[in-house]
Design a protein around this ligand. Structure first.
Ligand SMILES: [Zn+2]
Length: 278
């Protein structure tokens, strides 16, 4: 009996020393708010739903990463340009490149997204024309790219390699918001040091299902996948959010802020993740 007590005492002393040797609870995993499809409506004006995002970012002082469809810059009306400028000046937005027209076109008997079934030369030309527009209308080139989706034809390995080459050659590009988990191509590009590839965990997202913000699903996914992650890229489409969906998005932001989960820009992650480990 005495031996049992001794063993228990030793065990509890050992576990106490293990606990004290540990660092405090792991810091929360930062998130990027990747909000897609900034463009004007058919009437040439920006929707009230997008303007609400800008007002909310200022009110809460949160950083939003807004994916711009570049052809909207081509015919931009003054009030759209003023909104872009005001967002830029707030320091609360990083505009990123989300395609020139986000178009879907037939390829054989399938439908292809803008950069799917496109050669290197075609992709390069789309990037070049869009960067010129960004510089002219936003005052800065895009540093981050996230591919426009759509269609039912998956990008081929050649399509993805062409994109990687274009990103590595574009002098401004630093980040690729990858639409899937890491693979050999994304690792090789990140290892080159010029373009950081931020991969996706689709179970950790603003919208589940697509276009429908969902706090419970977000929390469940975040807690399940946080161990070992350095960031999550959360996708949303604010122009698809009616008032009920918007309210749920606000609840997700409430949760992030209450739990001190950092909200960061893609380019900030590029700077910190490519820095040498301390
Ligand atoms: Zn999109």
């Amino acid at each position: 009996m005495r031996l049992l007590w001794l063993a228990l005492a030793l065990l509890s002393a050992a576990s106490a020393s293990v606990a004290s040797a540990q660092t405090p609870a792991a810091a929360p995993v930062p998130v990027v708010l990747k909000l897609d499809d900034v463009r004007t409506n058919d009437n040439g004006h920006l929707s009230a739903r997008w303007r609400r995002v800008g007002d909310f970012a200022r009110e809460r002082q949160i950083k939003v990463a807004l994916g711009v469809i570049a052809d909207s810059l081509e015919t931009a009306k003054p009030d759209y340009v003023r909104w872009l400028d005001a967002m830029q000046e707030s320091g609360l937005v990083e505009f990123w490149f989300h395609g020139y027209d986000h178009g879907v076109r037939p390829v054989g008997d399938k439908q292809a997204a803008e950069f799917t079934a496109r050669s290197y030369a075609e992709q390069k030309a789309i990037f070049a024309k869009s960067q010129t527009l960004a510089l002219a209308k936003i005052g800065a080139s895009f540093r981050t790219y996230g591919p426009p989706g759509g269609g039912n034809l998956h990008p081929s390995a050649e399509d993805m390699e062409a994109t990687a080459r274009v990103l590595s050659e574009d002098p401004s590009m630093r980040v690729w918001l990858y639409p899937k988990p890491h693979d050999a191509l994304s690792r090789a590009l990140s290892a080159s040091g010029k373009v950081l590839v931020l991969d996706r965990v689709w179970q950790v997202n603003l919208e589940q299902p697509l276009f429908v913000p969902n706090l419970a699903k977000f929390v469940e996914g975040y807690e399940k996948h946080a161990a070992g992650r350095r960031y999550f890229v959360l996708q949303g489409h604010p122009n698809k959010w009616d008032d009920a969906r918007w309210a749920e998005f606000v609840k997700i932001i409430d949760h992030l802020q209450a739990n001190r989960i950092p909200i960061v820009f893609p380019s900030e992650l590029a700077a910190t993740l490519s820095a040498p480990a301390p």
